[in-house]
Design a protein around this ligand. Structure first.
Ligand SMILES: [Zn+2]
Ligand SMILES: [Zn+2]
Length: 296
């Protein structure tokens, strides 16, 4: 049971930003972001961010460019990835940090997931055709400027053609689960993602658990090597933050935060670098061998 007394020092409001700004959840054009890795790093620098992780969906394609740019601007860079995973009825996103992205199993997995994405979008294009919406797969491909094609690119084409007025409308009308053009995609299980990240010497962290509503799986994930939990995310409520701070304490998990920056909307720009990240977590990411007190 939640104990106010022992918990008081860990109240979310204690996670102040009187240390360098950080963002540990950021997407680029390597997956479904609006800005290239180069542009994203420049933007981070302009926003005064000192610690940056690039965590594109199921791909490492933006990491080399981002690493190079971060060294140019003297930002602390953490290579990352966000694996989409599914288990039972749960969709969980697993972030991996500071892993060896040249490791064979990482490379093989990323290629496998990329092929699955292409296959899925081809099927969605075919489904749209049956609804009388003619789209050439090549048009969608062109929107995915680096590598990792996804539903957002299809949404952008639907917008260009005037079929929908916004990305949200494209998802709500056609692309979300239950909508007429939806096709499920092959995904890893959370345990596979945890295993791959750990094999590649990385730190696995559960992304935005408040959006998954599958907290019952957290003890299992911890057993399988989960090391952190993203407590601070723009779509988490204050109540979510408290729930996950408590979980972090219970399971000795590192507390992370990130804006889930994609750059398509104005709110992405205002949230960029504004989520709290405890300084001890940054220290831990900078030096995984250190074992600072994980809760400040
Ligand atoms: Zn996510
Ligand atoms: Zn994300």
């Amino acid at each position: 049971m939640f104990c106010n007394k022992s918990y008081r020092k860990n109240n979310a409001d204690d996670y102040r930003t009187d240390f360098p700004k950080a963002d540990l959840h950021v997407h680029t054009t390597a997956s479904d972001g609006a800005f290239s890795p180069r542009e994203t790093v420049k933007l981070a620098y302009q926003k005064g961010i000192s610690y940056l992780a690039i965590t594109d969906h199921d791909t490492t394609a933006g990491l080399a460019e981002a690493a190079q740019e971060c060294s140019k601007y003297e930002l602390d860079f953490f290579p990352g990835i966000e694996f989409s995973t599914v288990y039972e009825e749960c969709e969980l996103h697993i972030l991996g940090y500071n892993f060896d992205w040249t490791y064979k199993r990482v490379r093989e997995t990323v290629i496998q997931l990329q092929n699955a994405r292409v296959n899925r979008i081809e099927k969605m294009v075919a489904k749209l055709a049956t609804l009388g919406i003619q789209i050439d797969f090549k048009e969608v491909r062109q929107k995915a400027s680096v590598s990792n094609i996804g539903r957002v690119h299809l949404a952008l084409v639907l917008m260009d053609k005037g079929i929908v007025g916004s990305i949200d409308e494209a998802f709500n009308k056609y692309l979300n689960r239950g909508c007429p053009a939806f096709v499920p995609r092959y995904k890893l299980t959370p345990c596979m993602a945890l295993e791959i990240i750990q094999e590649a010497q990385g730190i696995p962290v559960l992304a935005h658990p408040g959006l998954s509503n599958c907290d019952y799986l957290i003890p299992l994930l911890v057993e399988k090597g989960l090391q952190g939990i993203e407590v601070f995310h723009p779509q988490h409520t204050k109540a979510d933050e408290l729930v996950y701070l408590q979980m972090a304490e219970k399971y000795h998990l590192m507390i992370t935060g990130g804006s889930d920056f994609h750059g398509h909307e104005e709110k992405d720009l205002s949230n960029f670098g504004e989520m709290k990240v405890p300084f001890n977590s940054l220290k831990k990411l900078k030096n995984p061998q250190s074992n600072p007190t994980l809760i400040i």
